[in-house]
Design a protein around this ligand. Structure first.
Ligand code: ADE
Length: 225
């Protein structure tokens, strides 16, 4: 079973994305455990402060070192972690390869960046991996953490109804997935490709492969380089 601890200053943001669909089911089935922690519970002052002004006069608040250090230290004293991830737009771009790798690990911690980010000493000394989900800036790292959890957990054996379906995702073989159809075979005069209705498995596989290659060439030529 994989265990993912998420450290955030806005835990409520994660309730819904982690409670539904594949993640919710995987949690219920004991395939994955996702535990959300409120960094504020580790604040040291009576106002439970977790952010402070940046040194150097820049605008914006910075996540303070003490509460973040304390929560990471507390969790590490309970179990060992394979990765301590920090979500930030200046991290390494997340992709299917990294999702696959993370899905093989045991314990993962994800620290969600917020405000202007966390005191840099946390990143230098405690973080083992910095991840960005794309070249745009979110209000916080929580949605990025939810994206990472979703991409990782759906890969775990038993997480999806049809075991084979994660293998046929876009990107798993470096190609986009072929188009899919379901009943009715014809709607509004719009037809399902004839080949999918004829039951010739080898021909269907060949068609799907050709569709994948054509779609990748047309929509994501960068993937073929
Ligand atoms: N926090 C803010 N923007 C982010 C991004 N693009 N990826 C990961 N974490 C973020």
């Amino acid at each position: 079973m994989i265990r993912i601890d998420i450290l955030t200053v806005v835990p409520d943001l994660l309730d819904s994305p982690l409670g539904h669909s594949i993640i919710g089911r995987a949690r219920a089935k004991g395939i994955a455990d996702v535990v959300v922690h409120n960094i504020r519970d580790y604040a040291t002052d009576r106002h439970r402060r977790v952010d402070d002004y940046a040194f150097g006069g820049d605008a914006g608040m910075v996540m303070m070192i003490e509460p973040v250090f304390r929560i990471i230290d507390d969790l590490k004293s309970r179990r060992s972690y394979d990765e301590v991830i920090y979500t930030s737009p200046d991290g390494t771009r997340f992709g299917q390869k990294e999702a696959n790798r993370l899905s093989t690990l045991g314990n993962i911690m994800i620290l969600c960046g917020h405000y202007k980010g966390v005191d840099h000493r946390i990143r230098e000394h405690l973080i083992t991996k910095e991840i960005s989900i794309g070249d745009y800036v979110l209000t916080g790292g929580e949605l990025a953490a939810a994206v990472i959890c979703d991409a990782v957990i759906r890969l775990l054996p038993g997480a999806m109804g049809d075991e084979s379906s994660a293998l046929t995702d876009s990107f798993q073989d470096g190609l986009l997935a072929p188009p899919v159809y379901t009943r009715p075979a014809e709607f509004n005069g719009w037809k399902t490709p004839e080949i999918l209705l004829q039951g010739n498995t080898a021909a269907i596989e060949q068609w799907k492969f050709e569709q994948s290659v054509e779609r990748t060439q047309r929509l994501r030529p960068d993937l073929l380089q």
